[in-house]
Design a binder for this molecule. Structure first.
Ligand SMILES: [Zn+2]
Ligand SMILES: [Zn+2]
Length: 448
């Protein structure tokens, strides 16, 4: 329990402050209007109407608070499987200094590996994952139902309020119960807009969540499965990929909403289909990473990039007129940064800045902002390296790359021993471009 309350600081963030304010504005305005439109002390119907609304509002608030305080379940730092030989089938997280358990992913916002991570939700200022998936889904459900009822209360009150004069002059005085002031009519309009907005936005989110729960597939796993199907389609000789966690909708629902089943396995060991094992999905992830690395090119920054979406003054009109049509982040770069690029546009590149060991270990040196995103192509040049020239450990590449100093040292030292005739297309220093240490089964080859 004390660990739950130690998460109170998470409410001091724009996400929870905004979300709780919206809940309170809708609740208090609806209660105030309801007291005039259908007073709970005047009839049994009014009593039940208000009772139901209070219950939905309280349940939404309770589940919201619990989703934030409980959190998704963080994988312990330096985690490793019980059987040491299993590490070959797992990815390594350099930041947490441990292996990623099946279904765990590293969240850059929480800066930890999260069990069965679905997504990082800024509104609860935490990830949604193994331990709080049920609370989060209950919150969405009660918030939608409560906001729907609030929009009905507010809508009818508004109608009665603006027709008050007509009721009084036509003999319907018993209907002229809603009396507006300037403040209350403004609050009614704001709260109605918020309530309808909540129903639409959270309704879409609940639809996505229920789809994900019924298939027992988090948003991240949906993306992995999509790539797996495509990968196996392109390699017909491989066995078909079977997603191991879909045990049928009833069992899938139970895995999220049954307290006993949530506790079983501690978010690390999962029941799987016959013919699959605990590492079916992690092996597929490793194989996908290996293919991605084969496509990856290494660039070095030669001009600073500001990380802005429209860097008009620093990069010029041509770069701004052909931006990547996505809201993915833009990264800030400084000359000398090394970037592993995986997507290419005419004037923009998408990649991940290689974080050096010093930056990882010393908080003072850590730069603000994302390390993965788009940047103008003219800010960097490609570093060409003959393939297979020297190898690079997968562990390092998996976890955001390898040490920049190591890279520089290697490139300079190895450069001196490169035989004549090695292509040096850009007339730049040569740096290792990728890893070849992945064998056919997607298993990790240790080269340390
Ligand atoms: Zn991690
Ligand atoms: Zn997170």
């Amino acid at each position: 329990m004390s660990t739950i309350f130690s998460g109170m600081w998470r409410f001091l963030h724009w996400g929870p402050i905004t979300a709780l304010s919206i809940i309170k504005v809708i609740t208090l305005t609806a209660l105030y209007m309801n007291s005039m439109w259908w007073p709970p002390n005047a009839s049994l119907g009014g009593f039940f109407n208000q009772g139901l609304f209070l219950m939905l509002s309280s349940l939404a608030t309770f589940n919201y608070v619990m989703a934030t305080l409980t959190g998704p379940g963080l994988l312990p730092k330096k985690w490793k499987p019980k059987n040491p030989s299993d590490v070959d089938q797992l990815q390594f997280c350099k930041i947490c200094q441990g292996y990623k358990a099946p279904r765990s992913h590293h969240c850059r916002k929480c800066n930890r590996c999260v069990k069965k991570m679905d997504h990082h939700c800024p509104w609860i200022n935490h990830c949604v994952g193994w331990a709080n998936h049920a609370y989060f889904t209950y919150f969405l459900t009660f918030a939608i139902l409560g906001s729907f009822q609030a929009s009905i209360i507010l809508g009818f009150s508004f109608y009665r309020g603006v027709h008050r004069y007509w009721y009084l002059t036509h003999g319907y005085t018993h209907l002229a119960t809603v009396q507006f002031t300037m403040a209350s009519i403004i609050m009614n309009i704001i709260a109605t807009g918020l309530a309808i907005g909540v129903v639409i936005a959270l309704g879409m989110l609940l639809y996505i969540q229920l789809k994900s729960i019924l298939k027992n597939q988090t948003s991240i796993e949906m993306w992995i499965v999509e790539k797996a199907i495509y990968r196996h389609y392109c390699n017909p000789d491989d066995d078909d990929f079977v997603y191991p966690y879909d045990l049928g909708w009833r069992e899938n629902l139970r895995q999220v909403f049954s307290k006993r089943l949530v506790a079983a396995g501690q978010g690390i060991v999962w029941p799987v289909l016959d013919g699959c094992d605990q590492y079916t999905l992690t092996r597929e992830q490793i194989a996908q990473k290996a293919e991605k690395r084969a496509r990856t090119k290494t660039y070095r920054c030669i001009r600073p990039a500001t990380g802005r979406f429209l860097p008009l003054f620093s990069q010029g009109l041509r770069v701004c007129l052909s931006p990547p049509c996505t809201d993915e982040s833009r990264i800030r770069l400084e000359p000398g940064d090394v970037i592993k690029v995986t997507r290419f546009r005419q004037h923009w590149l998408f990649g991940e800045r290689v974080v050096c060991d010093a930056e990882l270990n010393m908080p003072d040196l850590q730069r603000k902002g994302p390390i993965r995103g788009w940047f103008p192509r003219r800010c960097a040049i490609e570093l060409i390296q003959p393939e297979d020239y020297f190898d690079q450990s997968d562990d390092e590449a998996d976890s955001g790359g390898y040490s920049q100093s190591e890279l520089m040292t290697k490139s300079t030292a190895e450069l001196n021993s490169i035989p004549n005739g090695v292509p040096n297309m850009c007339n730049k220093s040569l740096v290792n471009g990728g890893s070849k240490s992945q064998n056919q089964n997607g298993q990790r080859k240790k080269n340390k």
